[in-house]
Design a protein around this ligand. Structure first.
Ligand SMILES: [Zn+2]
Length: 607
């Protein structure tokens, strides 16, 4: 077997690549197949309290052990903090499918009621429980706010920390949950007890955990929502990466908030992280696992993800993806620095952010862009802090594989960057009418926080309804559903009787874009596309051959135009002409006996 060393810097520059002198960074319990990480000794280590400190967190007792407490120990520590500090209280906001309380820790100087004039930071850890950095970082920060002189952070801002959102997944724990990730030693499982990925549930709202956190968001209306993850994928030097829809002036449904994040938030957080010895970077994803130089993408802007939903709902949302190959301690400390910096920035710039949010919430675009997919052409070139790698012939795969070497490339890579582009433009109607026969959808719209009027008496409404021309059922399940896509629809004007309990949903509201994306069947984020209304595709009743044949003959005799249309089809389509059932079906579809609601999408548009 022949190893071929590729010195990436040699490919990308004329300079001689200088090997970094740092020692690779591994722990004795690391999976032996993981690439090493560069040695790290950031000044943020000074944030750690000694193990002898009575308020040392479970993680801090020995940060080199990469320990993160289980659900019970996490709750016990939170309860102890709550009992000892007037600034801290715990609020349960849901119960998981396995019966565990889901709770938040609220840090505030306001007492029982949060002052709505203060900006609010909501930090969510453990939506993917193996990626739990936010819990252990958040506990250190709460402890320092409560007891070690950082309470001034709360003078002009409030903090809510969800230490574990996916509590059941957190307890499906082992050393084998995250093969691409360096610590903690015992990690939770990506999906919930019902095998659902909560970071695909922001629009359809299937799961108890997602419904709970969304009700919490509607209750408290955070000004900034931070969703803490750990990435997978390619190696690079960055330890803390984060991003948001609309970054670097990119397209967003909340452009004013994205501008604030770009101009006020991001540079200051980068500076704070760099001062702590961290290497912050933009949230990017390699487009080709076999070729790190092929380019980077934004990973998609879809509303099923926290950052996509936040952009559509005008809740400024940042997705943190700490880098999976960096040691747990480094990632936790980086997350601490991020969160402390975010609190300071909200205290300083909260008014500006609130003005931006208000501007975004006032937007009512006539056209809603949807169904984003990766752009086929790069939109920019990005400088990138790469890690050296080589390729080798793998007897296991029978092809060349990448081997990351754990040493920073001293030369910046210049990589093509691919954005996302919309493939569908939807028109914003004045309102939608959802019939009472879909109470589960109405309930989900309510959990979203959508305003609606409920009919107390039946009402006949002139609406536009959509006939679904070409529905296609997905060949496999996704998140417990069978998706259905439809590329063309035919509008029909109807006078429809909506029963008691039906709702009229105006799109003239801050969540109007979310409403359009949920209720237009062609939107890939709609309830229909997720497969929540498959019965629309069932045709009911049929007609016997002995009944339709004489009826068809009478129809032809009475309507020469129909007869001509039929004969034209016979001559144009020999397969049709040879298929007696198809010929009779052709007539059946043109009788009033045919199922009028077959493929008729039941949500009406009011234009
Ligand atoms: Zn994740």
């Amino acid at each position: 077997m022949r190893a071929i060393l590729i010195l990436v810097s040699a490919l990308l520059s004329l300079g001689t690549p200088a090997m970094s002198q740092v020692r690779p960074n591994t722990a004795p319990w690391d999976q032996p197949f993981l690439p090493p990480a560069p040695e790290w000794d950031g000044t943020s280590r000074s944030l750690l309290r000694p193990a002898s400190d009575p308020w040392a967190t479970d993680f801090e007792r020995d940060p080199a052990l990469d320990f993160s407490p289980d659900y019970a120990a996490t709750r016990a520590w939170a309860d102890r903090l709550d009992a000892a500090s007037d600034l801290i209280r715990i609020e349960q906001f849901g119960v998981s499918p396995e019966g565990r309380p889901i709770y938040a820790i609220i840090a505030s100087k306001d007492g029982a009621q949060l002052d709505p004039t203060k900006p609010l930071l909501l930090v969510q850890a453990g939506i993917h429980p193996g990626e739990i950095d936010g819990k252990d970082a958040g506990f250190m920060l709460l402890r320092d706010i409560a007891f070690y002189g950082k309470d001034a952070l709360l003078d002009r801002v409030n903090l809510i920390l969800i230490p574990i959102l996916s509590v059941d997944g957190h307890e499906r724990a082992s050393a084998y949950s995250r093969p691409n990730q360096r610590g903690p030693r015992i990690q939770g499982w990506r999906n919930t007890a019902t095998n659902q990925n909560l970071n695909r549930d922001y629009m359809k709202l299937d799961q108890a955990e997602m419904q709970a956190v969304r009700s919490l968001i509607v209750k408290y209306r955070p000004d900034l929502y931070v969703d803490v993850h750990v990435t997978d994928g390619m190696d690079y030097q960055y330890d803390v990466t984060f991003g948001f829809n609309g970054e670097n002036g990119g397209w967003s449904r909340s452009p004013a908030s994205a501008l604030w994040l770009d101009q006020a938030f991001k540079p200051a957080v980068y500076a704070a992280l760099e001062a702590g010895g961290h290497i912050p970077g933009e949230l990017v994803f390699g487009i080709d696992d076999a070729n790190p130089l092929a380019g980077l993408s934004d990973g998609g802007l879809g509303e099923r993800f926290s950052n996509g939903w936040g952009s559509a709902a005008h809740v400024p949302t940042i997705l943190i993806e700490n880098h999976s190959l960096k040691p747990y301690e480094q990632r936790v400390l980086g997350t601490y620095v991020f969160l402390e910096s975010a609190l300071s920035l909200l205290a300083q710039g909260g008014d500006d952010l609130r003005a931006a949010i208000a501007s975004d919430r006032a937007l009512r675009p006539a056209e809603i862009l949807a169904n984003f997919e990766s752009d086929p052409k790069p939109i920019a070139t990005r400088s990138f802090k790469g890690i050296l790698y080589e390729t080798y012939d793998s007897p296991a795969s029978g092809r060349q594989e990448i081997r990351w070497l754990g040493r920073p490339d001293p030369v910046l890579w210049q990589l093509p960057f691919y954005g996302s582009r919309p493939t569908l433009t939807l028109q914003r109607p004045k309102a939608y009418w959802v019939p009472a026969t879909y109470p589960q959808l109405i309930e989900r719209l309510r959990i979203h926080g959508v305003e609606m009027q409920t009919l107390e008496a039946p009402q006949t409404v002139a609406v536009e309804m959509l006939r679904l021309d070409d529905p296609r059922v997905a060949p496999r399940t996704n998140e417990g559903h069978v998706a259905i896509s439809v590329s063309t629809v035919t509008p029909e004007r109807r006078d429809w009787v909506y029963p008691v309990g039906s709702v009229r949903i105006s799109t003239d509201q801050p969540l109007g874009d979310v409403v359009v994306l949920l209720l237009e069947p062609q939107s890939s984020e709609s309830f229909f596309a997720w497969g929540l209304m498959p019965e629309v595709l069932n045709r009911v009743e049929y007609i016997e051959g002995y009944a339709i044949a004489p009826l068809a003959e009478a129809m032809m005799a009475a309507d020469p135009a129909l007869k001509a249309e039929f004969e034209a089809k016979l001559s144009a389509d020999p397969a049709f002409a040879a298929d007696g059932d198809a010929r009779l079906q052709w007539f059946y579809e043109r009788t009033p006996f045919y199922d009028d609601r077959y493929r008729l999408y039941p949500v009406g548009r009011e234009n």
